[in-house]
Design a protein. Sequence first.
Length: 607
Amino acid sequence: MCGIIGYVGGKKAAPILLKGLQRLEYRGYDSSGIAVLNGSIRVTKTCGKVATLCEKVSENNMPDGVIGIGHTRWATHGAPSDINSHPHLSADGRFCIVHNGIIENFAELKADLTAHGIPFKSETDSEVIAQLVQYLYDGDMISTLRNVMERLSGSYAVGVLCADSPSTLYAIRKDNPLVVGLGQNENFIASDFAAALEHTHNFVQLNDYEIAQLTARAVTFFDRNGKSVEKTPYRVDWDISLAEKGGYPHFMLKEIYEQPKAIKDTVSARIKGDNIVLDRIEFSASNVNSINRINIIGCGSAYHAGIVGKHFIEKYCRISVNCELASEYIYSNPITDNRTLTVVISQSGETADSLAALRLAKKLGSHTIAIVNVLHSAIAREADDVLYTYAGPEIAVATTKGYTTQVAALYLIGLKIAKVKHIISDARYSELLNEIARLPEKVSEILKDTDKIKQYAQSYADHKCVFFIGRGTDYAASLEGALKLKEISYIHAEAYAAGELKHGTISLIENGTVTLALVTQEDLYAKMLSNIKAVQSRGGSVLAISSQKNMQIGKESDGLLAIPDCDDDVTPVLTAVVLQLFAYYIAAKRECDIDKPRNLAKSVTVE
Ligand code: G6P
């Protein structure tokens, strides 16, 4: 996730900015840069590590200015490169910005500004902000920034320098975190406390559509109407090491909590009114009608996301979907031809088996779509089309936000195809679109109160074996739940289709064996209840995960974790969050190395 630091005070800005960027490195990034204002604005930026930036800054003899902005970039629009790195200067060099977030209407803005003769240098969405500030500048930065915010849609935290205001730093934000750090004759902006914590412990939160105006001695806030806003600072007594994980003890927990934003970024940019626009992927009627099979391919959690997608796509598109493990697909003489649509899912975009599968599918004449998180990774580059998940960098080995954003992306693809094929009613289409758009809010609801999940998890921490059961899409979701648990807690965990239990696995149920039963599909409640009873009658105890509308299941089980009510077809995103937390708290109780489980790698680039 990108990081921002900004400084105005009496000291040299460049070293403070560079130190701040080092503090933000934990967020993950692919390039970095700083800008210092001293008469004019000077920018130094580079692809790669902050250490490389430090070398470049000393080679470039950066000016001794006492005001500046810095950025670590995680590429979302435009490959990681020197030019695409931030800060971005306006064409006339008088304005300079750093940006976190996604400007959803950047293409329209860019076309408009280009038509007015403003040249662009980068492929980023962010550069439009610098050019827009220049274009709208009316001599007063506050009114200019208000106008800029009126034009931007999407999410942003932005730091701005203006050569005409050589002692003032500005910031705006919407749906992206930005704090203002209050020091002694110096002030800061930062995407999180970590970047400024060694200078100050006093912070103010910038709210959506607010503008911060910082000089060395004063900070003033304005609302979107230009009215000044009073804010009360608060103290952050964090130790710097905690701050590097944003206050969370592990990256995994931090990333679990980032899911509302990650899902929102992935979904909302693609929902335009009643329409789903999947970037440049063309879903014309003739393309869609020529598809007679969809192969979804991935490894690990990406494969599990594919199984959830299979249920959704088959139900609404009436196209046969095979979900394949990449390592199996490549040696299986697969049925794939030019009427097959191949969807390869990969968080890293570098998994060797998935890449090999993509290449094979292309060779066999299939059109390929990659669902990938890391921009310009191998799979993203080689696929015919790519739909990025905007999860931001994932650092914990066990994927969380990577998985849920993949599922959300598959829902969008499924719904889009169903609509183009005219086999979904308008009412059902709108209902589902609305449910997908509301997933971030429902995930937030789960994250607001996790005590019960934690209590159950801790009470099961000594178990040697945990089973997960479900039917249909709940079975698909339970596969990922079991994987999470075994990956990080080293407890043996297995997921079974609930109806399969009686064909063998039930022999393993004995006194005290724990089974997590996912029961979110209303038409399968009765069947799941029989499976739960079958486990209990052999001495097993059952923790049910169900929606609030099905509280009855709690009475029939030994415990219940409820997810917010939502459409049965999108519950896997919500159950995933509960199961991630369940695995996390068990692993924490067992004092496991949660972010780096033994023998596992984040990205497996060998076959
Ligand atoms: C590794 C990771 C898993 C991940 C799988 C696929 O095994 O530990 O968490 O699901 O690779 O990775 P990808 O980057 O292709 O999604």
